[in-house]
Design a protein around this ligand. Structure first.
Ligand SMILES: Cc1ncc(COP(=O)(O)O)c(C=O)c1O
Length: 551
């Protein structure tokens, strides 16, 4: 059910945005949560998640804000007493206010050429979800994380409970890969212990069990992405293989002069396969630029689209800058020119709800290991219509209906695009990961991560000498930064000595960093199991490094 009729429209009016913002603020600050709002994020007594989550409307008391937060001044590390946290976790209104102003930003500040598009997808949805969650946080009284039981979820991740270099591990490398809950580890191990078999071609019981589990996993992925049928899901090794599959499978329809539009924030996995295709076919790559916040300049993107645009391939969220692209609007614009659209969901599916049919794209691709699942598995959602335009990419067993030396008749999709024995165990592990995320609650995850992001942005941004790179208004929890004059690898090593894992380098997105005149950044990246305390440790360590005192 759509509780805000009209949000799907490609250009929401400023009055509509204002109305929604006012309504959400009223809900958050005084009015009771309407039934429809509470129902969007059920408190699930989860199969995969045992944490005690307070009911959404319990305890209608506002936790007292810390004095600093009340005064509107964010405390920097040096002013914090040991063990104290502040900011969004202590005062849900901080996050709430920032969301509302972000939504109101849609009223278009003069000179902001792309403002009209921001926020309605997915930022408006994320903002709406986060405001609702902030409202729940207020309801939940003194609970630091509102309704989110971070200690409960952390108990599910065995790897988090260890020391590195004598310090508790803080895993801030979630954009590179996420950690796995025991529900995923157990699903894979159970499969090998009890059900292992090749699939589809056996008459025995284990073959039937394995086939059911593998095909069940396909249906889980389809439901998770909002696809229409399980046949739309093609299992691949990950995002990289998925994009290569699409570029190759659609390549036969390209001819010289056809244009492929990318954005400047793309990961190399969403650049190189298209360059290879363009080289083969005489195609042309065109790139939509970003501004200095790291947001795609939509007028420039619009100007690139035209009758020659054959394909548009966009990240849903940037792994180097954190920017969430307004893919629903951008897809609509590309579709107006008859282009096919692929969305790279590697950095989005683990952070906020995704609905491929709402986006309106043709292909949506993601990796299991970035959403708390195993490595070596990922999926391509391809609409039935788009599948009709794809030739098989790899040939072999499983993808055929009949073979003679004269001719092969291919199987129907998705088998047509899954040659050879697939990664059965990890598809099952991926389904367990998606079930886990669903049980924790995707809107709750989005809201929780946003609180962490706001806190981390404020803490790191307040450190003299630290330059944050990527300050888009709609972001996932990626905090690229540099300290001019300090080597990023050295910073990464210094943080490792403190038990903190961050990535340092070009993050396989060199063009996006070169926009800012950089070759590399330090990149802490967040997941819902990170804590305010971990972020405070990070800020203290970074501040010491920035002061030249090392850690
Ligand atoms: C936005 C984006 N796209 C694609 C990829 C490639 O993912 P994988 O290495 O799992 O294939 C990544 C990995 O970091 C990414 O962040």
């Amino acid at each position: 059910m759509n509780e805000f009729p009209g949000i799907e429209a490609h250009e929401p009016s400023s009055e509509m945005i204002s109305r929604i913002a006012s309504r959400l603020v009223a809900e958050a600050t005084g009015g009771a949560l309407p039934q429809a709002v509470a129902a969007t994020s059920p408190v699930t007594p989860a199969r995969a998640f045992d944490g005690a989550l307070p009911p959404a409307t319990a305890l209608p008391t506002l936790p007292p804000a810390l004095p600093e937060a009340r005064a509107g001044a964010f405390p920097v590390a040096s002013r914090l007493p040991a063990g104290t946290t502040a900011g969004p976790a202590a005062d849900p209104y901080v996050g709430l206010k920032s969301f509302v102003s972000r939504i109101r930003g849609l009223d278009a500040s003069p000179g902001d050429r792309s403002a009209g598009f921001h926020g309605h997808d997915p930022s408006l949805e994320a903002a709406a979800a986060a405001i609702r969650a902030a409202a729940r946080g207020i309801d939940a009284g003194p609970a630091r994380y509102g309704a989110f039981d971070v200690e409960g979820v952390r108990r599910d991740f065995p790897i988090l409970h260890q020391k590195i270099n004598g310090k508790p591990l803080a895993w801030f490398d979630n954009a590179a890969t996420t950690q796995k809950p025991r529900q995923v580890i157990e699903a894979i191990s159970r499969y090998y212990a009890t059900d292992n078999s090749n699939i589809h071609r056996g008459a025995h019981t284990l073959a039937a069990r394995s086939t059911d589990a593998y095909e069940g996993a396909r249906a889980t992925v389809q439901r998770f992405l909002g696809g229409a049928s399980p046949e739309e899901i093609i299992f691949v090794r990950g995002t990289t293989e998925g994009i290569n599959l699409v570029a190759n499978a659609c390549g036969a329809r390209f001819s010289a002069g056809d244009e492929i539009v990318l954005s400047e924030v793309e990961h190399h996995a969403n650049i190189v396969p298209w360059q290879m295709l363009a080289e083969r076919t005489g195609g042309v790559i065109r790139v939509a630029p970003i501004d200095d916040r790291g947001e795609v300049i939509l007028e420039a993107y619009a100007a690139l689209l035209g009758p020659r645009t054959k394909f548009v391939a966009l990240s849903h969220a940037s792994n180097s800058l954190g920017t969430i692209l307004p893919v629903e609007a951008m897809t609509g614009m590309a579709k107006a020119h008859g282009a096919r659209v692929l969305v790279d969901g590697a950095q989005s599916v683990s952070h906020f709800p995704v609905d491929v049919r709402r986006i309106g794209c043709d292909f949506y691709v993601f990796s299991g290991h970035k959403i708390f699942g195993p490595t070596g598995i990922g999926a391509v959602w391809a609409s039935a219509d788009a599948q009709g335009s794809m030739q098989p990419w790899q040939g072999g067993g499983n993808m055929i209906r009949d073979v003679t030396f004269a001719k092969t008749v291919y199987a129907d999709p998705p088998a047509k695009f899954e040659a050879g024995t697939p990664n059965i165990a990890d598809a099952i592990g991926l389904a367990a990961a998606l079930d886990y995320v669903t049980a924790v609650g995707r809107e709750r995850i989005a809201a929780q991560e946003h609180l962490l992001l706001e806190h981390a942005t404020a803490r790191l941004g307040a450190i003299p000498g630290v330059r944050l790179v990527g300050t888009a208004r709609a972001k996932v929890g990626v905090l690229s930064f540099v300290i001019p004059g300090r080597d990023v690898i050295e910073i990464g090593r210094a943080l490792d000595r403190e038990g903190m894992a961050v990535r340092a380098g070009h993050h396989c997105a060199q063009p996006s960093l070169r926009h800012f005149g950089l070759e590399a950044t330090v990149r802490p990246s967040l997941a819902f199991y990170n804590t305010i305390e971990e972020i405070d440790r990070l800020a203290v360590a970074v501040e010491r490094i920035a002061r030249g005192r090392g850690v």
